[in-house]
Design a protein around this ligand. Structure first.
Ligand code: GCB
Length: 609
C-alpha cells in the first residue's frame, strides 16, 4: 500500500526521537495493518567464511558487509558490492533460486533498498520491520546499524525501526545463516530440506504509538441455557503494546449486529465475555466453514479479520467439534510447494496442497514438523480443513540444555501468538518422535505447560513412538501421556519394521484419550510398477496401505489418521539414485502431482470414515 508523500517536518520528529531500534512482539494479524511490502528482488551473495562479519581472528568487525559500503576513492579496498551482485526473489529459499546454493548451508547476505518517502509517517506513529520467517539465524541491519537478531526458521519477528529510518533512500541488510547445530531446534539431523533464506514476507508496518498488539476472539467451550434459550459465550480480550489504562477498544461483528466497547486496565489489556443467542451463531466446521468479518478499533486504528467460531474438546476417547464426535481424516504435509518443490511462498501454492488433500477425502492436515506459512493456515480455514500445528522439537534434541529449551519455548510461543485466532487449528503439537527419558520428560512437560498457559482452548498432542512389538502386541507407553489431550503416535509397520506383519498386529493404548495415528506409510516411485513384494513399486505401497488401514481400524478410540505424507518432498537424507534422488518418496502424490496407487486405497477408506 503506497501512501502519501513523506513530510520533512515529520522526518525531523522521527530522527529526533530517543528510542533505539529494538525487538517488539509481532502484532497480531499483521496483514491487516498499514504496511508496504519489501518483498521482491533482493541482492545477495554467499559468504561461507562469514568474512563480512568476522576478521581473520574471528572477532566481529565494525566494517562488516552490513555497512553496504562503496569505495569513496579509487584506492579504497572494498571486497563486496551488493549492487553488482545477483538478485533473488524474496520471499524465497536460496536453494532453488541459485543452483550453486542448492545444497549450501551457511551464511548468505541479502540487501534491499527502499524509499521512505513512499510511506506517510504521521505524528505519534512507529514503523516496524516485520519478517514472516528467516531460516535459521538472522541478524538484521538498517542503514548500517544492527536492529536485532532472531533464531528459529519458521516464526515471525519484528523490530521497531522508527528512529533509524531517514528520508529518502534506506537499506536493509540481513545476514542469514542456516548452518545446523547440535543444540538448535531442530537439531542437526532432520528429514526435510534445510531451505535457507528469507522464506516469508518482509513488511514495513506503520502502527500508532499505542496500538492493539494482540487480541483473541473465541467461543467459550461452555454453552449455557438462558431465559431466551441456548446461548454461546464469546470471549474477547485484547492487549495494547503499552501498559495504558482507560483506552477504549471496540469490537464490531456486523453480521451479528455486535458493536461493543471495552476499556483497558492498568496493564493495557482487558478480558471480557458476552453472550450471543445460540441460534444466531453459525459454528465453523469442515462442512460449513463459516467465517465472520470483524473489525477491531482503537483510536484511528482499524484491524479487520475473519474468524471461525467453533469449539473443540475431548470426551473419553472421542474428539468433539462443536460438541459432536468427529473422525479426523488427515494427511501430513511439509511447507513445500508442489511441482517446483521449493519453500512455499504463495496462497496459490497452499491451495494446490489443500486441493490435493481434499481430493483424497481429508478434513484434517498435520502441518509437519514446524509452523507453516500463515497463508496455508488461512486458506485451510477458508476451505474447512482442520489443522495440527507443530514446533520442530524433532528426534533427539539437547534436552539438558536450557538455551535449547528457551529456543523451543520461544518457537512454541510465537506459533501460538501468530495463529491463536485461527479456529481451523485444533491441535498444538509440541514434539515428534522423541526418545523416552527423564530429561526429555522435563523438557516436554514444561513445553506442554507453557502451551496450555498460552491457550487453554485447544488440544495438546505430540507424535509419540511405539516401542517394537512382542508377540505382535504393540503397547504405547509414554510418561507424556498425562500432559497431552490426544495420544498420537507414528508407526511404520510394513516399511521400517515388520514387513507383512500388519495383519497380525494388535495395539494396546492404555489411556482414556482419543488416539491419532500421526504417521504411517512407505515409499514408492510414481510410475514404478512391479511385484507387491518389490520395494519402491506403487504396488508395494498400495498393499502396505491396505494392510495398515485394516490394522489401524482395530485400534480402540481411533479418532484420526495422518498418513505420511501428502506428496514426495525434498530431503538431504534420501540418497538412493534413480529412486529417491534427494526426495522422500512416501508421498501419496509424487512431487509432480501424479497419484500413486495407494492414494485410491486411502481415498476409498476415507469415504467411509
Ligand atoms: C518419521 C518422521 C518423518 C520422516 C518419516 C520417514 O517418523 O517423523 O519426519 O520423514 O518418518 O519418512 O521416515
Amino acid at each position: 500500500m503506497i501512501r502519501k508523500v513523506f513530510a520533512i517536518g515529520v522526518m525531523f520528529m522521527v530522527t529526533a526521537c530517543t528510542w533505539a531500534a529494538h525487538e517488539v512482539t509481532a502484532p497480531q494479524n499483521i496483514f491487516a495493518r498499514e504496511s508496504i511490502s519489501l518483498n521482491g528482488s533482493w541482492h545477495y551473495f554467499a559468504d561461507p567464511q562469514e568474512q563480512g562479519y568476522y576478521d581473520y581472528r574471528m572477532n566481529p568487525v565494525s566494517w562488516g558487509y552490513f555497512l553496504n559500503a562503496k569505495p569513496q576513492r579509487p584506492s579504497d579496498l572494498i571486497e563486496y558490492d551488493f549492487d553488482a551482485s545477483p538478485t533473488m526473489q524474496i520471499p524465497g529459499d536460496w536453494n532453488t533460486q541459485d543452483e550453486r546454493l542448492f545444497m549450501y548451508e551457511g551464511t548468505v547476505w541479502f540487501c534491499r533498498k527502499f524509499k521512505v518517502d513512499s510511506i506517510e509517517f504521521r505524528d505519534q506513529e512507529r514503523t516496524l520491520l516485520y519478517f514472516g520467517a528467516v531460516n535459521y539465524e538472522a541478524i538484521v541491519f538498517v542503514n548500517g546499524k544492527e536492529v536485532g537478531r532472531h533464531i528459529g526458521g519458521f516464526t515471525p519477528f519484528c523490530f521497531d525501526v522508527t528512529d533509524i529510518l531517514r528520508e529518502g533512500e534506506n537499506f536493509v541488510v540481513v545476514k542469514v545463516d542456516n548452518k545446523r547445530h547440535r543444540d538448535n531446534v531442530p537439531t542437526r539431523i532432520f528429514d526435510w530440506w534445510n531451505y535457507g533464506g528469507i522464506t516469508r514476507d518482509v513488511l514495513l508496518v506503520n502502527v500508532p504509538d499505542t496500538y492493539v498488539e494482540d487480541y483473541t476472539l473465541e467461543v467459550n467451550r461452555e454453552k449455557g441455557k438462558g431465559k431466551t434459550g441456548k446461548y454461546c459465550e464469546i470471549c474477547f480480550s485484547a492487549k495494547l503494546n503499552d501498559k495504558k489504562a482507560d483506552q477504549q477498544v471496540t469490537l464490531l461483528i456486523p453480521e451479528l449486529k455486535i458493536e461493543k466497547t471495552f476499556t483497558t486496565d492498568a496493564n493495557g489489556e482487558f478480558h471480557s465475555k458476552f453472550k450471543i443467542q445460540g441460534s444466531k451463531l453459525q459454528l465453523w466446521s469442515p462442512d460449513n466453514p463459516k467465517l465472520y468479518s470483524i473489525i477491531i478499533g482503537h483510536g484511528e486504528e482499524r484491524i479487520s479479520d475473519e474468524v471461525a467460531f467453533r469449539t473443540i474438546e475431548t470426551r473419553g476417547k472421542e474428539i468433539l467439534l462443536n460438541g459432536e464426535p468427529i473422525f479426523l481424516r488427515g494427511v501430513c504435509v511439509h511447507d513445500e510447494s508442489a511441482y517446483s518443490n521449493h519453500r512455499l511462498r504463495t496462497a496459490a501454492e497452499s491451495d494446490t496442497l489443500i486441493a490435493w488433500a481434499k481430493e483424497l477425502g481429508c478434513n484434517f492436515l498435520r502441518l509437519a514438523h514446524y509452523p507453516h506459512n500463515e497463508l496455508t493456515v488461512r486458506e485451510a480455514e477458508r476451505q474447512g480443513v482442520l489443522l495440527w500445528s507443530e514446533i520442530p522439537v524433532y528426534w533427539t534434541i539437547s534436552w539438558e540444555n536450557e538455551d535449547t529449551y528457551r529456543n523451543a519455548e520461544r518457537q512454541l510461543t510465537d506459533m501460538i501468538r501468530r495463529d491463536h485466532n485461527r479456529g481451523a487449528i485444533i491441535i498444538w503439537s509440541i514434539a515428534n518422535e522423541t526418545p523416552h527419558g527423564e530429561a526429555r520428560d522435563r523438557f516436554l512437560s514444561r513445553l506442554a505447560t507453557q502451551a496450555r498457559s498460552l491457550d487453554s482452548t485447544r488440544l495438546i498432542s505430540m507424535a509419540m513412538e511405539v516401542l517394537s512389538a512382542s508377540n505382535y502386541v504393540n503397547r504405547l507407553q509414554d510418561n507424556m501421556n498425562e500432559y497431552v489431550d490426544v495420544v498420537s503416535f507414528n508407526q511404520y509397520v510394513g516399511w521400517y519394521r515388520d514387513v507383512h506383519d500388519a495383519p497380525h498386529m494388535r495395539w494396546e493404548i492404555p489411556y482414556d484419550k482419543p488416539v491419532i495415528v500421526s504417521e504411517f506409510g512407505g515409499g514408492a516411485k510414481a510410475g514404478l510398477h512391479g511385484d507387491v513384494d518389490q520395494r519402491w513399486t506403487e504396488e508395494f505401497q498400495e498393499r502396505l496401505y491396505r494392510e495398515n488401514l485394516a490394522m489401524l481400524e482395530k485400534i480402540e478410540g481411533l479418532a484420526g489418521t495422518c498418513p505420511w505424507v501428502l506428496k514426495d518432498f525434498r530431503s538431504q537424507r534420501r540418497l538412493l539414485p534413480g529412486i529417491q534422488n534427494l526426495f522422500n518418496r512416501k508421498g501419496l502424490y509424487s512431487d509432480q502431482g501424479e497419484k500413486k496407487k495407494a492414494f485410491y486405497v486411502l481415498k476409498k477408506w476415507y469415504e467411509h470414515k
